[in-house]
Design a protein around this ligand. Structure first.
Ligand code: AMP
Ligand code: ZN
Length: 312
């Protein structure tokens, strides 16, 4: 279960973990909570983690796809994200005015007024989870082959949840494997990743727990969606202590969407049935932070086995 901070890790002092990460130069302040730069060392740990994920999942011949950290607004609208998590979404707004509007804009900025009031919604929104842009593009290819499909994704994602907890960022990366196919193919994928995910984190020597997820669905209908998610065991999370011992952080997640994306985007199996989908998500920054928390911010002093698993 969740172990105490080991010997050699940063001692508990008055400064927070976030302050320590800033002091060490691992994360770089921007003036906004949850929006940080990353150092070369932070990125090197992350590269090691990504290579480890590929060692565990690479044998499955997933098709690699990389999207930018933004997606089409109409796809986002269709996805249903606003029904569940409107508080987390980020939209891209732009100036589309005339030269006269521009003059007024510059004056408003100079007077420290609300210059954003005139910005207009663009056709783009920020990606909330790496797999969202994938479903319509996969559906466009026509029915799935009999063996279904498997994709390997990675993207910066945005969620508006400003926080001093370094494990809760506004822009963070998510690596995902996404499976599309029959209910059997998809549930088998998720079950196998529930095992593999634990083996992968065990290789890093990090103490963890696995539990059903508790997503922050919005409002009153959200309460029902949360109950449904728990009762139907649609999502599991692999939790590791980062910011708090009592409330460990979800670092990996294992999602079964049933036929939600299949129905929404017209994705069908070889037999013409609505396709089911599932994804496993790896929180890139969260795993790096879990390592830094558990073994300390002096990476040279990490156990040799962990450094070697990460190629450091
Ligand atoms: P979710 O779609 O909420 O299951 O997110 C997938 C993975 O992304 C989670 O398991 C986390 O590891 C990671 N993640 C989610 N939200 C954040 C955040 N605000 N900051 C950093 N990582 C996050
Ligand atoms: Zn996903």
């Amino acid at each position: 279960m969740l172990a105490k901070t080991p010997a050699g890790a940063a001692p508990a002092t008055g400064t927070s973990f976030l302050d320590e990460l800033f002091d060490r130069g691992l994360l770089i302040e921007t003036g906004v909570d949850g929006l940080y730069g990353r150092s070369g060392l932070f990125e090197a740990i992350g590269d090691g983690f990504q290579a480890l994920v590929t060692r565990h999942g690479g044998g499955d011949n997933a098709e690699i796809v990389r999207f930018p950290p933004a997606m089409a607004r109409d796809v986002f609208e269709k996805s249903g994200y606003m029904k569940s998590f409107p508080q987390l979404a980020g939209t891209v707004h732009c100036f589309c005015g005339s030269p006269a509007d521009h003059l007024a804009l510059m004056q408003t900025i100079e007077q420290k007024g609300d210059w954003t009031a005139g910005q207009q919604a663009s056709e783009i929104v920020l990606t909330p989870a790496a797999c969202y842009p994938l479903y319509p593009t996969a559906a466009k290819r026509g029915a799935l082959p009999a063996e279904g499909r498997l994709f390997d994704l990675m993207s910066y994602c945005f969620r508006h949840e400003p926080s001093k907890d370094p494990a809760r960022q506004q822009f963070f990366r998510m690596r995902e494997y996404v499976r599309m196919g029959t209910p059997d193919q998809v549930t088998e994928f998720r079950a196998s990743w529930l095992e593999r995910g634990q083996a992968l984190i065990a290789e890093l020597g990090l103490p963890f727990a696995v539990d059903v997820a508790n997503d922050p669905f919005f409002g009153r209908t959200g309460k029902m969606l949360a109950v449904n998610q728990r009762d139907q065991r649609l999502k599991f999370e692999l939790l590791i202590s980062i910011e708090s011992e009592e409330n460990p952080t979800a670092c990996l997640s294992f999602n079964y969407h049933q036929d939600h994306f299949g129905k929404t985007f017209g994705l069908t199996t070889a037999d013409g049935e609505v396709a089911h989908t599932a994804c496993v998500g790896f929180g890139h920054e969260r795993v790096i932070l879990a390592l830094l928390k558990h073994y300390g911010t002096d990476v040279a002093r990490w156990p040799a086995s962990v450094r070697s698993a990460l190629g450091l």
